[in-house]
Design a protein around this ligand. Structure first.
Ligand SMILES: [Zn+2]
Length: 217
């Protein structure tokens, strides 16, 4: 019964949303930490682009708002923790699996990730938008780095968490460290490639699980 319920839920996602969007903000609209369990949502699963274990990224920063390292470091952190996903910089925007653009909008939203899904419900492209300022004030480099690390979590298939970790939707609540639970969730989301494919070649497959229990702290 439990499994059947989750299966129906994931089919609904495919039918309703070809695009999934995650806005982040500094505004505290809801304290999610009151739940008993520490839960991390699983959002999406990569399709064929991940078949070679490589995802390409490109930073569109024509105004030179951030330095190169600030973009590369978060990708390197995810790569080294996952061990089985390689992020490689693309030569141009059109060929990139993950496109990051920086702006100075200064709105209430500092980061936004849009996962574009194909007709089978798998991620085919990800767009990340980051504002380097918030309500007129320029963000600290460290903050921009945490926001980007969080957005890459979405790009890897993660949703939001209800406790104080990297995937909390509220920027002030985010932890800058990528935890084992987040790594486990990326493996669950992309199980067909990151777990199953190590044994034998498999086609993209959506996971039954929609959340990962991260235990209590
Ligand atoms: Zn988010």
């Amino acid at each position: 019964m439990y499994k059947a319920h989750h299966l129906v839920f994931s089919l609904n996602i495919i039918l309703i949303a070809a695009i999934l969007s995650y806005p982040e903000s500094f505004s505290v609209f809801k304290d999610l930490s009151t739940e008993n369990q520490n839960i991390l949502q699983i959002c999406c699963t990569w399709g064929k682009s991940l078949d070679d274990g490589v995802l390409t990224f490109y930073a569109n920063d024509s105004q030179h708002l951030v330095n190169d390292n600030l973009v590369k470091k978060p990708f390197e952190q995810w790569s080294s923790k996952l061990g089985t996903v390689n992020f490689v910089e693309a030569k141009n925007a059109s060929g990139a699996d993950v496109l990051i653009s920086f702006n100075e909008m200064g709105e209430q939203t500092v980061g936004q990730t849009t996962n574009v899904l194909n007709d089978k419900g798998f991620i085919k492209r990800v767009n990340i938008r980051i504002s380097v300022n918030f309500s007129e004030a320029k963000l600290a480099e460290d903050t921009i780095k945490i926001v980007l690390t969080h957005e890459i979590g979405h790009a890897l298939g993660l949703g939001h968490s209800n406790f104080h970790d990297l995937m909390n939707p509220i920027v002030n609540y985010q932890n800058k460290v990528i935890t084992n639970c987040e790594i486990e969730a990326v493996f669950v989301a992309n199980n067909w490639k990151l777990v199953e494919n190590l044994k034998q070649s498999k086609k993209p497959e959506l996971p039954i699980e929609k959340t990962v229990d991260c235990g209590s702290d």
